[in-house]
Design a protein around this ligand. Structure first.
Ligand code: 7TS
Length: 423
């Protein structure tokens, strides 16, 4: 974060990230022309699901109108074209994550399914009673529940790495949890509630030194910063398309080839087999082994278009733009009397959770909706984190590529109305 003097000098019209033309970006998102209760939409809930640029919408429409058929099946022109587009999207994801090989990219329906795939396939095959898995206090339910289910099925131990009151991942405490029985560390790369960017490189180094594999839930990370799975050296990495300005219904699991090769299939059915008789089935090689049934064809192609879109903007430019927004919004929010920011780690993505003395987060959200401002209120599918922080809910404003400083101003103005109503 910039120093205070710089922050105090900021004005709404300033461009903090020169390489980034936010107005040009905004022009690509048709939904930003909507009005809500007669007011221009101020969308601050991209952490739940991001809006889609024209380039993604047009791609999806074009495929349905001109290039749609089932993939990997037909020896006819249209099916071959759809297959080329679908497999082309896999190449884009490979590039985006800098995976070594395209067969390390498995399409799923979302990150939840990606994590479940690892739990149900790798976990069932390779973990034994008494083995340990470490997650953290700030996980989304989708990186908690699959491991609890596996724990109960196999007699494992689930250990919880703590975070500090301000939302910092406590690396020393994490290190102390590692033992020779630790087989997996499954941690979020960016917290959806606190915005904390976890120290991924150090987590991998410590976990690998202890002989454990590492999975990152990258749902909130890939949207805010460049991710290189080879540089990270993580074993699994999952993300979800709809937060990355792509369609819903598509997610990605990256896994190191040697691990995915050794893992049994997750779901059985068409497309994942080499041959089937009633006595015995042999399985297709990667990545098909993990893609049973007709996949989310157009969603994957749409994700490819979203990756093209953010790559053209540049993930480093996006990160700089959002850092500027977070700094500005943090300073503006701090001016609201009775408002408490939840999650103030120094290394943080553009997510601002807060509570207000006078109003419940649901009331905050309902009141500011009247001003056209969309935020999320609730436990954010992170109930254990809420319990750890002694809260039942927070209000959360999350900033994406199309947000500008004015959005933070409208938010703060609307929060002043909340204060007037609730005292
Ligand atoms: N992991 C993290 C860190 C998330 O933020 C989310 C969604 C998920 C996993 C699940 O993603 P899905 O696409 O599989 O559903 N988070 C949120 C949120 O913060 N508000 O709504 C959804």
């Amino acid at each position: 974060m910039s120093d205070t003097t710089e922050v105090m000098d900021m004005r709404p019209g300033d461009s903090g990230a020169a390489a980034f033309d936010v107005e040009r970006v905004r022009a690509d998102f048709p939904i930003l022309n909507e009005t809500v209760h007669g007011r221009p939409l101020v969308f601050l809930d991209s952490a739940a699901s991001a809006q889609k640029p024209r380039q993604v919408i047009d791609t999806v429409r074009h495929v349905y109108e001109h290039e749609y058929a089932n993939v990997h099946r037909g020896a006819y022109h249209l099916s071959e074209r759809a297959t080329a587009l679908y497999e082309g999207a896999r190449d884009k994801v490979r590039d985006f994550l800098n995976a070594r090989d395209r067969k390390e990219i498995i399409f799923t329906s979302n990150v939840t399914e990606a994590i479940n795939l690892v739990a149900k396939s790798w976990g069932r095959a390779f973990l034994e009673e008494g083995d340990e898995i470490i997650i953290s206090e700030m996980e989304h339910h989708s990186n908690i529940v699959p491991w609890q289910m596996l724990r109960d099925e196999k007699g494992l131990t689930l250990k919880i790495a703590p975070v500090s009151d301000d939302g910092v991942f406590l690396l020393d405490d994490f290190e102390r949890l590692l033992t020779e029985r630790t087989k997996l560390v499954a941690i979020t790369h960016v917290s959806n509630v606190l915005g904390t960017i976890t120290p991924a490189e150090e987590i991998v180094r410590l976990a690998h030194d202890a002989g454990a594999k590492v999975l990152f839930d990258g749902a909130q990370a890939v949207v805010h910063m460049p991710v290189d799975v080879q540089a990270l050296d993580c074993d699994f990495y999952g993300f979800t398309g709809h937060k990355l300005y792509g369609p819903s219904g598509i997610g990605v699991l990256y896994g190191k080839a040697e691990l995915l090769d050794a893992m049994p299939p997750f779901l059985g059915g068409g497309d994942m087999i080499r041959s089937v008789t009633f006595e015995k089935t042999t399985y297709a090689p990667l990545p098909a082994k993990f893609e049973a049934g007709t996949p989310p064809i157009v969603q994957a192609i749409g994700l490819g278009a979203a990756i093209d879109y953010v790559s053209e903007l540049g993930l480093a430019n996006i990160a700089a733009h959002e850092r500027d927004l977070l700094t500005y919004a943090t300073q503006r929010l701090a001016s609201v009397e009775g408002l408490r920011l939840i999650g103030t780690a120094p290394d943080k993505a553009s997510v601002a959770s807060f509570t207000m003395e006078s109003a419940h987060p649901h009331d905050i959200s309902t009141v500011i909706d009247r001003a056209g401002v969309a935020i999320r209120a609730g436990h954010h599918c992170a109930e254990p984190l809420m319990a750890r922080l002694g809260l039942v809910a927070t209000a959360r404003a999350s900033f994406g590529i199309y947000n500008r400083r004015e959005d933070a101003d409208v938010l703060v103005e609307a929060l002043e109305t909340v204060r007037e109503i609730f005292g």
